[in-house]
Design a protein around this ligand. Structure first.
Ligand code: PLP
Length: 435
């Protein structure tokens, strides 16, 4: 029998509350949200469940921001990290690299839908996007970048330039150079986009025509933080064509959608689109912070060969433990057929989640593979649903404008009984808060 949830007493329990008080006293402000009913402090994880410090067990429908795609406490990943840590925990990534770094470069090049790719390794998602931004500048000589309203590519200064969520940019506006331009990201299920991808693609074309200084276009194939916004069919193909026509580089940010999350290894493969640059992170390392940017040979050749000092690198580039973790994790995805699992789950999830439409206060249900959004009438209702679900033993996250969407991105190893139970509990939470 698979593990299901087991929650007792008040949530958060006494140990979580004590840790919340200690954390609030020491952590910089504005990081962890702490209230009477939130958060719980995790102590361990196993597959699709996590246990908190009070011994409560939750079904995790977030995969911890999409990272634990192959499950919490994945022993193959843990053993790979432990073995590598004992052998060599850190190398000199761009000076005297480790052997596993080369193995990972080769492995990523085999799986990514990029022509004859060259791979840059880094530690977090925003670093991966920043490498793409720097590469675009070198390869095109053009500083401008077209991005989308609602886009989330990280919170570093470079990625804020192309971030389409205003609140993250506002306090630093005067420090941003403003090389990003923004256009509308179309929404397959919104009534206003009933015409499909056409109107959005026309807007992209107008923007590219009006701004010849734009050398790259950056897009998430499905916008995650914006509330799981699935564009109409043909949108990515249309972007590829427009970029080709105008000599603009297409950068796809698959940091959230990559490695099977949406039912294909990369979300762009559903439309047969091959970007010039592909950003990956989150699930890559199975919990170890490692990310990568894969670029075509032509883009890579815009960088001069290193003369002994890399023009762009970082201390942890190609960290051996991260490379070993990623290799074990990629093996696990293939061995367990997790991409097919996410693909097969899609119709069942569409049907099961579709039933939530009858709940007053639920506005929309949308998703692909194992990435879904339940949009509520407002953020307060979605937040109440997240808290109620937590009390029932299910972990979910809010996303989208005002936090009105509840996002589901479970570990792909979640089994049918766990998924069914989690969705029953989530449905009852939604019904209770919307009543
Ligand atoms: N790009 C996308 C699509 C993301 O979802 C995220 C994180 O949520 C990022 C980039 C930034 O990644 P990180 O937080 O690792 O910098």
């Amino acid at each position: 029998m698979s593990d299901l949830e087991r929650v007792q007493g008040e949530i958060p329990g006494p140990r979580s509350r004590a840790l919340a008080a200690a954390l609030a006293a020491r952590e910089t402000r504005g990081v962890t949200y702490v209230a009477d009913d939130f958060p719980v402090f995790w102590r361990s994880g196993n597959g699709a469940t996590v246990e908190d410090v009070d011994g409560n067990r939750y079904l995790d429908l977030t995969a911890a921001f999409g990272v634990a795609l192959t499950g919490h406490g994945n022993t193959a990943v843990a053993e790979a990290i432990a073995t590598q840590a004992a052998r060599l925990a850190h190398g000199m990534g761009d000076v005297h690299p480790s052997d596993v770094k080369v193995a990972l470069l080769e492995r990523l090049a085999r799986v990514a839908p990029v022509d004859d790719p060259r791979v840059f390794l880094c530690s977090g998602g925003s670093e991966s996007v920043e490498f793409a931004l720097k590469s675009a500048m070198l390869a095109t000589g053009k500083p401008g970048v077209l991005a989308f309203d609602g886009a989330y590519h990280g919170l570093s200064y470079g990625t804020l330039e192309i971030g389409g969520i205003e609140k993250f940019r506002a306090p630093w506006r005067e420090q941003l150079r403003g090389f990003g331009r923004f256009v509308t990201f179309p929404h397959a299920t919104a009534a206003s986009d009933a015409g499909g991808a056409g109107a959005a693609l026309e807007e992209v074309e107008r923007a590219l025509r009006a701004a010849p200084e734009i050398g790259a276009l950056v897009a998430e194939p499905i916008q995650g933080r914006a509330g799981v916004i699935v564009p109409p069919d043909g949108f990515l193909r249309g972007l590829r064509s427009l970029c080709d026509e105008r000599g603009v580089l297409l950068v796809l940010d698959e940091i959230y959608t990559g490695f099977g999350r949406t039912g294909t290894f990369f979300a762009c493969e559903r439309e047969g689109v091959r970007p010039d640059m592909l950003c990956v992170g989150k699930a890559l390392g199975g919990g170890f912070p490692i990310s990568a940017t894969l670029v075509t040979r032509a883009v890579a050749d815009a960088w001069a060969p290193s003369q002994g000092e890399a023009l762009h690198t970082s201390t942890y580039l190609g960290n051996p433990m991260g490379c070993a973790a990623a290799l074990a994790n990629l093996d696990h995805i293939e061995r367990r057929g997790l991409v097919a699992r996410a693909r097969a789950a899609e119709p069942a999830l569409a049907e099961r989640l579709g039933r939530l439409r009858s709940i007053a206060g639920v506005r929309d249900i949308r998703g692909r593979g194992m990435l879904w959004g339940i949009e509520f009438r407002d953020g307060a209702t979605a937040n109440a649903c997240v808290i109620r679900a937590l009390q029932k033993g299910v972990i979910v996250l809010q996303s989208g404008p005002g936090g009105a969407t509840v996002t589901l991105a479970p570990p792909l190893v979640i089994d049918d009984a766990q998924l069914a139970r989690a969705l029953d509990l989530l449905e009852s939470a939604a019904a209770e808060v919307a009543a």
